[in-house]
Design a binder for this molecule. Structure first.
Ligand code: ZN
Ligand code: ZN
Ligand code: FE
Length: 746
């Protein structure tokens, strides 16, 4: 007995092979009817006998699809003769989600190395389950003429696959083959090499050369990670002293020889997003990630990467974003050729243009699950949550690790990581991305609520005010951190106790905040209930580059000559002490990040840092080497975390010759205990059961592990960021959520 159903599916379901998938399912169950891409998602009408099995199988869609909702309703049998893919209704609606770029799928990988396949060794092989999306889209609807593949005309064979609803390449917009599609070539000086470009590139890498390699969302600089001379040469050319390089490893087996990973970590490592995953080192590769506990490791994700390894490139490559130090990643061929000419010995260049830069993402496992630390390729620009609003909102994030969030029909689309806004080139990328996302989703800036940080001197705040928006809303930095965690869970009204610990953010009292505890919800806003005991900060944000300078204010209560053994603080400390005495360039701070710097300085990190967060990272690495596990005192009194007994303890222990690793662990344990014990007290007072942790300090996995252990004992529910970074890369999502509820206040 035939029945009929109407089915409506929303989410990332277009441009990801969803209609062919539905078509094949309908064939398998001998159902009749149709499927089409509508303005609001995919619509299906089916009739036949095996409807339950069909609906059941719809729940396991192609790897790139993300189903947000699936609604099924019965309808009348109309007596269709067959099952068809109907031509689409308007696809320009904002609810059409742009898919992120996807790693090469298993089917295409098999074809890539099958000598009998027509795309054997073709570096641009792809299908609806894999390949580029966001990085090649010029506009919506997602259709070949609006992608960077528009200049290549399909050959008859590719066209047949493209138009065959039962084919894996049905409407795969970037489909191509060696006959009709783009190619890779090697540029070495004036010489352009077309034949065997990949094999020659692999040989150059084996010989210790540095190559600029065009990937999905930009260029990488690559060299043999096991060749210390090559890695050191890359550091010198990039002016990159110590900041770790990411690695690309040929396969999972090779990764296992290099780093430790759990099944959960292996799962994210080989997921379609293929992020860089931070994994504990097994072996030390010289100059790759000095003083780090982890390597950032990724697996090959484009056909080109697989071909390079198959052509005998070294099995472990440094693969770092190609740019001049701290500029955004190069993605245009001409800019790469000029900007990287002094950095790379040769260029492996693919002809398919990259429409927008998308860096590699970074993820890691925590006791709370996988967390994304840099959200870009493979994730952006997916919607991470649904806000209860129909008003468009544009949230501009913070100045460091900037990302923006555009809310359309409630969908919160978080952009790729853009970089640090004080850099001029990043400001350009920031403006381009605002223009790009609003244009693609058909949003008129004049209708938008623009949300920005409260900091009056932020570049993003100033640019926000230049936008001719409907209204502007300023949000406090740490409120946004906390809201980002709640927004991921769509917990708009949930009242929580929230810890926002980071390096710096403009406080509502004008001080430099960063060790803040709040009570509240997104809907009601947040009240500050506790914080780090205030200290003086000499030189403001500049102090972040010199741990001993940050230490001056925190150590003010402890009269000691810090230039003597065992501390050996350099002259900068004395200079900053004089500034403090004369009250010059002195700010008030509650920054937990600067307390980490102070502790790092006391434990031997007395030089300037060469990348953000370095002192805290090295403190964590040091703590992991500890053989003893003391707990430093860090009392919570009158709603203040009093660092003075903590620092007194460390000063004294150092003079008694206690090893610095044990003291680094003592600090972590003291802080974890202070968080857990104060959380219990404050939850009891405010009648709360859920604790939120956000802010860059919580990138520290050791701290998270310790807090997780204590809070499990104490029976508290803990929420952390997972989909957006807990660092400032997640700020724009929190701003968007607060802008949604408090937009009328401005
Ligand atoms: Zn594929
Ligand atoms: Zn072709
Ligand atoms: Fe922050």
């Amino acid at each position: 007995m035939d029945k009929a159903l109407k089915i409506h599916i929303t989410g990332t379901v277009q441009g990801v092979g969803f209609r062919p998938f539905v078509y094949r399912l309908a064939q398998r169950y001998q159902l009749r009817g149709w499927v089409l891409n509508g303005a609001d998602g995919v619509h299906i009408q089916v009739e036949g006998a095996a409807l339950d099995a069909f609906v059941q199988d719809l729940q396991s869609p192609p790897p790139a699809a993300q189903v947000h909702s699936l609604t099924v309703s019965p309808c009348a049998v109309e007596g269709f003769a067959d099952f068809r893919i109907r031509s689409s209704q308007s696809q320009t609606s904002p609810t059409v989600h742009i898919s992120p770029d996807l790693a090469l799928c298993a089917n295409c990988l098999a074809e890539l190395f099958d000598p009998h396949d027509s795309r054997y060794h073709y570096p641009y092989i792809n299908c609806t389950d894999c390949g580029p999306r966001y990085s090649i889209i010029e506009g919506l609807p997602y259709d070949r003429p609006l992608t960077s593949m528009k200049d290549w005309t399909l050959c008859a064979e590719c066209a047949a696959e493209y138009h065959d609803p039962s084919d894996r390449r049905f409407h795969a917009q970037p489909v191509a083959c060696a006959r009709c599609g783009p190619h890779y070539f090697l540029q070495q000086g004036e010489e352009k090499i077309l034949e065997d470009a990949i094999a020659i590139a692999a040989r150059l890498l084996r010989q210790g050369h540095i190559l600029a390699i065009k990937g999905l969302g930009g260029y990488h600089l690559a060299c043999d990670a096991r060749n210390p001379v090559a890695v050191q040469k890359l550091r010198e050319r990039k002016f990159r002293k110590e900041k770790p390089f990411a690695l690309m490893v040929a396969d999972v087996a090779k990764a296992r020889a290099l780093v430790h990973f759990s099944p959960e970590e292996e799962h994210v490592l080989s997921s379609v997003a293929r992020p860089i995953v931070l994994l504990a080192k097994k072996v030390e590769l010289e100059h790759v990630a000095p003083q780090q506990y982890d390597y950032g490791v990724m697996l090959p994700y484009t056909p080109l990467h697989h071909l390079l390894f198959a052509a005998d490139a070294p099995d472990t490559l440094v693969m770092t974003s190609a740019n001049r130090s701290s500029e955004p990643i190069c993605y245009r061929d001409d800019e790469a050729m000029t900007q990287l000419s002094a950095l790379a010995d040769a260029f492996l260049i693919g002809e398919r243009p990259i429409v927008r830069r998308v860096d590699d993402s970074v993820a890691r496992a925590t006791p709370f699950g996988i967390s994304i630390l840099r959200r870009a390729r493979g994730y952006a620009p997916s919607a991470v949550t649904n806000l209860p609003t129909q008003q468009p909102i544009l949230a501009l994030g913070a100045d460091l690790k900037n990302s923006i969030t555009l809310v359309v029909d409630g969908n919160a689309f978080v952009s790729q990581h853009l970089g640090d806004l004080p850099q001029y080139a990043v400001q350009q990328a920031f403006k381009e991305t605002i223009h790009d996302l609003t244009r693609m989703y058909g949003v008129d800036i004049a209708e938008v609520t623009v949300v920005h940080d409260m900091h009056p001197d932020y570049v993003s705040s100033q640019l926000a005010l230049e936008l001719p928006a409907k209204k502007h809303v300023a949000v406090q930095h740490h409120h946004a951190h906390v809201a980002s965690v709640l927004a991921e869970r769509q917990a708009w009204h949930k009242k929580v106790l929230a810890f926002a610990f980071d390096g710096t953010g403009y406080g509502t009292d004008g001080a430099v905040w960063g060790g803040e505890v709040f009570v509240g919800s997104i809907a009601t806003g947040f009240a500050r209930v506790a914080h780090l005991l205030e200290a003086k900060l000499v030189g403001g944000d500049a102090a972040a580059r010199y741990p001993v300078q940050a230490a001056v204010g925190f150590l003010a209560a402890h009269e000691r000559d810090m230039s003597a053994a065992p501390f050996h603080f350099p002259e900068r400390y004395q200079q900053a002490t004089r500034l403090l005495a004369n009250n010059l360039q002195v700010f008030r701070t509650t920054s937990m990040g600067r307390l980490f710097d102070t502790v790092a300085a006391l434990l031997g990190f007395t030089e300037g840092i060469s990348y953000e967060g370095q002192a805290a990272i090295q403190l964590e690495t040091l703590a992991r080497r500890a053989r003893h596990a003391p707990v430093a005192p860090f009392p919570f009194v009158d709603n203040r975390y009093d660092y003075r007994p903590l620092l007194e303890y460390l000063l004294e222990a150092r003079r008694q010759g206690v090893d610095t690793a044990s003291l680094a662990l003592a600090f972590h344990q003291g802080l974890a205990r202070a968080i857990a014990e104060s959380a219990v007290q404050l939850c009891a007072i405010h009648q709360l059961d859920t604790v939120v942790l956000s802010g860059g300090v919580f990138q520290n996995r050791l701290l998270l592990e310790l807090v997780h252990g204590l809070c499990a004992e104490l029976g508290l529910d803990m929420w952390v960021n997972q989909q957006v970074p807990c660092n400032d890369g997640g700020i724009s999502l929190g701003q968007a959520a607060l802008g949604c509820f408090h937009g009328s206040a401005a």
